[in-house]
Design a protein around this ligand. Structure first.
Ligand SMILES: C[S@@+](CC[C@H](N)C(=O)[O-])C[C@H]1O[C@@H](n2cnc3c(N)ncnc32)[C@H](O)[C@@H]1O
Length: 376
């Protein structure tokens, strides 16, 4: 894949097998917003900085997983062999595979992909569901769901037993989510077109687990061959995302039942979107919610930051995990919280017309949040 820099210079992707050379790093540094680079130098430990900068230039391996609702490992592996796809099995996740970057097109045009037996997904995203650890029979809330990669994985881990409420605020993205759920054979998902920030008050203390894969500035998706991925980067955008993420995390905590888990994650490096959001929730809810340590079966991670720009975070925030980007995984932030007590929620039920009450779809069965509150 080739792209162009702002200076009209063609950029060449580096293969992940090639170690970074000073010119590559210089290129990344020169073309990305200086403030972004300066912040990264303060966030990412020195030993990882080169790998991190290279991740903006190198072509990534293709992460994918077998969809166990439609296939199994031996069957998919036979299919891959027939397509002459070279791959490695994920060491720590039974469903996961990695293929060289050159296999991306073959995989994304394969019948295994279009028919839903194989889902292309970054290993970091799979890790979020692995940490959520959904169980068959449970009730799970996915508060920012489209296009549904994680929802589909959650349904597969639940063996299509139980229920998932998947929330998305943008209509077009909701349609994409629904199409992906159909292709994946995920049959236990109710889809809601609504603002996730309203869900906690509508269905408090209800869900066994809540996944909040928050909308973010997507810094870890920045790539020099795709100038659009960084053209709109700004501190203002980060601040906007942070505000929205706080509202969503408060809603997620309210919606979890006592003893329930909440996984908060983003693909941003910005502390304002990560540690500061978790810190806000911990302070907002007092002892009602705690961060629990997660065991991460990889070596490319560091604990959450203790402070940022003079703001000291709640000590629990360091139990969060920052996944550092490699040629195999995208950078990611993950935090697992447990809710200790019921949330006391002041219920104000705005009228349907004002609240933009969630549209809901599942096999044409119409159910609203009110029905859910009554336990349908
Ligand atoms: C990071 S993406 C989620 C990716 C998804 N979890 C997956 O694995 O495929 C965040 C999603 O949240 C949606 N979103 C943004 N604001 C929202 C809100 N207030 N309530 C619910 N969803 C929202 C975005 O439209 C976007 O689809």
């Amino acid at each position: 894949m080739h792209g162009h820099t702002g200076e009209g210079k063609p950029l060449q992707e580096r293969s992940p097998e090639t170690s970074p050379c000073p010119d590559d790093l210089e290129l990344a540094i020169r073309h990305l917003p200086p403030e972004f680079i300066a912040r990264l130098r303060r966030i990412v430990p020195g030993a990882w900085l080169e790998d991190c900068l290279m991740s903006f230039l190198a072509s990534k391996c293709v992460g994918f997983r077998v969809n166990t609702l439609k296939s199994d490992q031996p069957t998919l592996e036979r299919e891959l062999a027939e397509m002459a796809v070279s791959f490695e099995k994920g060491e720590w996740l039974p469903e996961a595979y990695l293929a060289p970057p050159s296999m991306r097109d073959v995989l994304s045009h394969s019948p295994a992909f279009t028919e839903g037996r194989l889902y292309i997904q970054d290993l970091s995203s799979m890790l979020a569901v692995h940490v959520l650890d959904p169980q068959p029979g449970e009730e799970i809330l996915d508060l920012a769901a489209a296009p549904g990669g994680k929802t589909c994985f959650v349904a597969a881990r639940m063996q299509n037993r139980g229920r998932i409420a998947a929330v998305e605020v943008i209509r077009e993205r909701m349609y994409r989510l629904m199409a992906n759920l159909r292709t994946a054979g995920a049959q236990i998902v109710d889809v809601y077109l609504t603002d996730g920030r309203t869900v906690g008050n509508k269905t408090p203390n209800r869900f066994d687990r809540v996944l909040l894969d928050a909308p973010c500035s997507s810094e870890a998706r920045i790539h020099l061959t795709e100038p659009d991925s960084y053209a709109r980067w700004s501190l203002r955008k980060i601040a906007e995302c942070s505000r929205k993420q706080r509202g969503l995390l408060v809603s997620a905590v309210k919606a979890a039942k006592p003893g329930g888990l909440i996984v908060y994650c983003t693909c941003s490096f910005a502390p304002e979107e990560n540690e500061a959001v978790v810190d806000y929730a911990l302070k907002e809810f007092g002892g009602e919610v705690e961060v629990i340590p997660v065991s991460i079966p990889i070596s490319n991670w560091m604990p959450g930051l203790m402070e940022w720009e003079g703001q000291k975070f709640h000590p629990d925030v360091t139990k969060s995990v920052r996944i550092l980007p490699t040629s195999e995984m995208r950078g990611f932030f993950l935090c697992c919280l447990i809710k200790r007590r019921e949330s006391t929620v002041v219920r104000n039920r705005p009228s349907a017309s004002r609240s933009g009450k969630g549209r809901h779809q599942r096999h044409a069965k119409k159910v609203g949040w009110d029905d859910i509150e009554e336990g349908s």
